[in-house]
Design a protein around this ligand. Sequence first.
Ligand code: FAD
Ligand code: NAD
Length: 464
Amino acid sequence: MKEISTKLLVIGGGPGGYVAAIRAGQLGVPTVLAEGASLGGTCLNIGCIPSKALIHAAHDFEQARLQAAGNSPMGIRVSEPTLDLAETVRWKDGIVKRLTSGVGALLRKAGVQVLAGWATVEDGKTAVVQLEGEAVRVRCEHLLIATGSEPVALPSMPFGGAIWSSTDALSPTELPRRLVVVGAGYIGLELSFAYRKLGTEVTVVEAAPDILPRYDEALTKPVLDSLKKAGVVLHLGCSVAGWDAKNGVHVRNANADEFALPADKVLVAVGRRPRATGFGIDSLQLTMNGRAIAIDAHCATSMRGVWAIGDVTGEPVLAHRAMAQGECVAEQIAGKARRFEPMAIPAVCFTDPEVVITGLTAQEASAAGIETVEASFPFAANGRAMTLGAEGGFVRVLARKSDHVIIGWHAVGRSVSELSAAFGQSIEMGARLEDVAGTIHAHPTLGEAVQEAAMRALGHSLHI
Ligand code: FAD
Ligand code: NAD
């Protein structure tokens, strides 16, 4: 078998793995990256990017439909729009292609050797990569596991046919008339909005009593109202007991009553599981954290020279966390002193309206014994939100009572995902309420709500 030696072998070319490889290459670390499927991983191929493309296309289509129905308060009138779904999917695929080939180009530029094949770990310093027609044994000083995660299936409804994973839902060949979505978390709700806007009848079944169980009620209420307004039917506090093609999804409510929800397709979005077994990795007997590989503040595993980043290390399952960890590991291998100890990893749910949490929630602060002040500023009092026809939602700031250092931002509203940069920066830079309140924010922008929330926490909001 052909053998190569390198300093760093990265297994997995998703946001975690490809960023680690690029950064290592930039720093002169000889690096090999093995990717069995497609560069860009879940995020670029079947996750973040295609879902946001579909969500945006669905939004535009819905706007056109509302305008055609004479429901545009701005006076825009168009004739009945139609959707060429195949064209929409091609457009989405084109974006994916541009980004994934861009990743290939960046890896080449950084001098990374990419092996297109599945890797099997032999020991902490060796893996075999199965390329087309031949296998290559790679010996390395450092092994980085960045194998990501995969969707969890329900035993009573394995994926296939009418039972969709998120991957199937992102490449539909036709729109289902009736879609039942199991799970009202990130994927379930983002795609419920998208399909509803495209014209599908959507019903959501969620085991917890609330949607987006990790967010507080003030943040989820506008999303819940919007789902209801859009005509999405919700069955909260209900579990799924099975499926048959004739009756649809069998659902059990809190009183153990069973009923059936007819469906042409069922999207199961009940979480993702780390891809931490099944490619020789078990033989390393790494310390685990549940199903995830346990890591320390350096992203080091329990075995010297073996590192792990991204979804394979568990929650939060977010691309930007994986990327930041990848950069951190590469720099350590290149000899820099680094730790992965962020104060804030923004979590954004791209529903309509969007929801963002950066830093601590009030509940987390209270559990940590931190006395806080908090204040919200509503978009109803923000000029830019009015011009966008998006007056729902608010920005909320959470700061330490003792010194006004900001420890959390929470927001719900149109395009609040774009405010997450300001949120993260202020927390990481140790900004106080006075710093944000005293910064001139451009007018008219949604960002003024950020400044106003800080002012309000200090007791002197100007526009409310
Ligand atoms: P992955 O992206 O999963 O990449 C792992 C790679 O490793 C894969 O390409 C896989 O083929 C490869 N691999 C696995 N085993 C082997 C092996 N043995 N040999 C070779 N290669 C191997 N996150 C956000 O931050 N924002 C979003 O908006 C967002 N939207 C999402 C929407 C959907 C529908 C889904 C499913 C996920 C979404 N996520 C989002 C989550 C995000 O995709 C992940 O957190 C991110 O991709 C994790 O990166 P990673 O590098 O850890 O793993
Ligand atoms: P999730 O954890 O966000 O939501 C899963 C939901 O399914 C939960 O509300 C849970 O209570 C519910 N559930 C679990 N078992 C159930 C059952 N048997 N019946 C009914 N409901 C059940 O998981 P997800 O939506 O699959 O997404 C996976 C991960 O991908 C997320 O944790 C997130 O980190 C990541 N993601 C992020 C984004 C983003 O950043 N915008 C978008 C999509 C996905």
